[in-house]
Design a protein around this ligand. Sequence first.
Ligand SMILES: [Zn+2]
Length: 85
Amino acid sequence: MLTCKQASQLISQSLDHPLSWYELMQLRLHLMMCGACNRFRKQLNVLRVGLRKIRANVENDSAIQLPLDAKARIVEKVRSDQHAK
Ligand SMILES: [Zn+2]
């Protein structure tokens, strides 16, 4: 049985790369029983979708009239934030 700490680490990892079958089973089992980790996973998903939208907007929306270097910095920042998760 995973601890909440281990479960939340697996949830974070699953954003960056697919979990192994074993990790996934362990995590599913934990999520069936743990409301706190379920909420954590939902929040992380919302955050991830939000970040992706922001990044797409900044990269593709020509209506955003930022100096090019500022735009690049924002994209870079969002990217590194997402990577750090
Ligand atoms: Zn938990």
